[in-house]
Design a binder for this molecule. Structure first.
Ligand code: C2E
Ligand code: MG
Ligand code: MG
Ligand code: MG
Length: 279
C-alpha cells in the first residue's frame, strides 16, 4: 500500500512538473515572438524635483500585452527573459522606443533633462553593450547625457572589477548612472566609491513605512545624508502619501518618484500629465 502511495505521489509530482515545464515552454515561446509581434510597451513614471516641482526625468518601465492574459508587469516575464537571453533584444527595443519617445516629446515642445531605463545583470554584462547602446543613440541623434541607466546594487557587486570598467566606459560616453533599489543589496560604501555614479534610488521598501517606522526612518535619513556627503543625487522610490513626502522634504531629498505624483503611465497619458497646467 505504501508502494502504491509512493507511486501516486511520484505520478503527481511528475505530472505537476511536466505541466509546469510545459507552461514555461509555452511562455518562453510566446516571449520570443512578442518582440516580432510588437506586444511590448513602455509605461513612464515621472521623477519630480522637490526644488522646483519640475519633472526631472521619466523612468521607462516595460509592459507586455500578453495575447491571452492581458497586460503583464515585468515581475512576470523579466526573470524568464533574463534566463533565456531574450532580455538582450528586449533591452535594445526599450532603448529604441525611449529614443523615439524623446523625439515625439520634442515635437510636442517638451524637453526633459533625461529618461531613465533599467538594465538587468545579463544586459549589463552583454559584451557589446556599450557599442550597441551608443549606436542606437547615434541613429536617433540623441546624446547619452539624456539617458540614465539604472542598475541594482546586486548587479553591480557581482564582479566589481568588470562592473567598474563598464561604468567607466559608459561614464566617459556621457551616460548617467544610478543605483536602483538602494539599501537592499548589502553593498559597502567602500565598494560604491569606486563607481562613477550620479544618483542613488532608495528602495521603496524603506520609504513605505516612513515616517512612522523608527528603523526605516533612521535608514532613509542615513542614506540621504550619506548620498549628500558623497555628492550623489537621491531619488526616493515608492512615495505614496503626503506624510512620506513631507518627511523627505525635511531631509532635503532631491527627487521623488511614486504613486503620490503619478503611477507609470502609457506614453499618451504621460504627455497629458506633462502638459497639464495645474500639475
Ligand atoms: P524598479 O526599476 O525598481 O521600478 C520601480 C517599480 O516600483 C515599478 O514597478 C513601479 O511601477 C513601482 N512603483 C513606483 N512607484 C510606486 C509606488 O508609489 N507604490 C508602489 N507600490 N509601487 C511603485 P514595475 O513597473 O512593475 O517594475 C518592476 C521592476 O521590473 C523594476 O523595478 C525593474 O527592476 C524591472 N524592469 C522594468 N522595466 C524594465 C526594463 O525595461 N528592463 C529591465 N531589465 N528591467 C525592467
Ligand atoms: Mg528602476
Ligand atoms: Mg527600484
Ligand atoms: Mg525594484
Amino acid at each position: 500500500e505504501a508502494k502504491q502511495r509512493g507511486r501516486n505521489l511520484y505520478q503527481f509530482y511528475t505530472q505537476d512538473l511536466n505541466s509546469r515545464t510545459y507552461r514555461h515552454l509555452v511562455m518562453e515561446n510566446q516571449l520570443v515572438k512578442a518582440l516580432a509581434k510588437d506586444e511590448f510597451d513602455l509605461h513612464y513614471q515621472p521623477q519630480i524635483s522637490l526644488r522646483n516641482g519640475q519633472v526631472e526625468a521619466l523612468e521607462a518601465l516595460v509592459r507586455w500585452h500578453h495575447p491571452e492574459k492581458g497586460l503583464q508587469n515585468p515581475a512576470h516575464f523579466i526573470p524568464l527573459a533574463e534566463d533565456t537571453g531574450i532580455i538582450e533584444g528586449l533591452g535594445q527595443w526599450v532603448l529604441r522606443r525611449v529614443c523615439q519617445d524623446i523625439l515625439r516629446l520634442r515635437q510636442a515642445g517638451i524637453e526633459l533633462p533625461r529618461m531613465a531605463i533599467n538594465l538587468s545583470a545579463r544586459q549589463f554584462r552583454q559584451v557589446d553593450l556599450v557599442e550597441r547602446y551608443t549606436h542606437i543613440l547615434s541613429e536617433y541623434g540623441i546624446s547619452p547625457s539624456h539617458i540614465e541607466l539604472e542598475l541594482t546594487e546586486s548587479t553591480i557587486m557581482q564582479d566589481i572589477k568588470v562592473a567598474v570598467d563598464i561604468f567607466e566606459q559608459l561614464h566617459q560616453l556621457g551616460f548617467r548612472l544610478a543605483v536602483d533599489d538602494f539599501g537592499t543589496g548589502y553593498s559597502s560604501l567602500n565598494n560604491l566609491k569606486h563607481f562613477p555614479i550620479h544618483s542613488l534610488k532608495i528602495d521603496r521598501s524603506f520609504v513605505s513605512d516612513t515616517p512612522h517606522d523608527r528603523d526605516d526612518t533612521a535608514i532613509v535619513t542615513a542614506i540621504v545624508a550619506m548620498a549628500k556627503s558623497l555628492g550623489l543625487e537621491v531619488v526616493a522610490e515608492g512615495v505614496e502619501n503626503e506624510d512620506q513626502l513631507n518627511f523627505l522634504k525635511k531631509l532635503d531629498c532631491e527627487l521623488i518618484q511614486g504613486y503620490y505624483y503619478s503611477k507609470p503611465l502609457p506614453f499618451d497619458e504621460v504627455c497629458q500629465y506633462l502638459m497639464a497646467p495645474d500639475r
